[in-house]
Design a protein around this ligand. Structure first.
Ligand SMILES: *Cc1c(COP(=O)(O)O)cnc(C)c1O
Length: 216
């Protein structure tokens, strides 16, 4: 069930800081999503393609679906017609497939580049060096139907506030280093989840992805 008291408190807090909320609804039922929808919320994040497809087919058309989890190239075609932001672009190969699929559906797909900020090696994402190299390549400049709107990062799963702070600062610093290369649509820093969103906002997040806190 949706915890509306918590939802409204978080929304109020985020509004004050001008931060967007992506309600992460992986494993949540259609009823739970509809109940958030009826309260006026429109931005939902899912991490599995099949689950997003099933839900998208059964829920209102004006929902903005965000892909937040690792995305395999061969699955891009399923979400390409409707996805409103892909947070988890972690390779040039994936970006190229997104561009091709966007062309096929005659649209532009907004994307964030995922930066590896965590200590855990298994987490996905580019290093700042890799991004700096990527954005100067001709093959990157040749992409026509993706709109790179910013960066996304997932911090280490830890309670160590100093460590988390360092990782969020790292993402904000990477953003500053890269932004001159892009136009004004490069404005999103997607960082912060249920356990660490306050710190992420303090360190300059513009978009938080919150799941478990919104439900009881
Ligand atoms: C699940 C998930 C979240 C939300 O996590 P909570 O701790 O439930 O808020 C955020 N980002 C990604 C990429 C996720 O997979």
């Amino acid at each position: 069930m949706v915890n509306f008291q918590k939802l409204y408190a978080i929304k109020e807090e985020l509004n004050q800081a001008n931060v967007q909320l992506v309600a992460v609804t992986k494993t949540r039922s259609l009823e739970e999503i509809l109940s958030l929808y009826e309260s006026g919320h429109r931005i939902f994040g899912e991490n599995r393609v099949q689950e997003m497809l099933d839900k998208q087919a059964q829920l209102p058309e004006d929902i903005q679906w965000h892909q937040i989890g690792h995305l395999q190239s061969n699955k891009v075609k399923y979400i390409a017609p409707f996805v409103s932001l892909i947070h988890s672009v972690d390779s040039y190969k994936l970006l190229k497939v997104i561009d091709q699929q966007a062309q096929k559906f005659e649209r532009t797909i907004p994307c964030l580049l995922q930066v590896h900020i965590a200590q855990e090696a298994h987490k996905y994402g580019f290093s700042l060096d890799e991004l700096q190299e990527l954005i100067t390549q001709d093959q990157f400049a040749a992409l026509t139907n993706v709109d790179i709107q910013g960066l996304m990062g997932m911090a280490t799963f830890t309670d160590d506030q100093a460590q988390l702070q360092k990782e969020f600062q790292n993402l904000a610093m990477s953003f500053d280093q890269l932004k001159h290369h892009f136009g004004p649509s490069f404005k999103t820093r997607s960082m912060g989840m249920s356990g660490d969103y306050k710190l992420a906002v303090q360190e300059g997040s513009t978009m938080v992805r919150i799941g478990s806190l919104l439900f009881t």
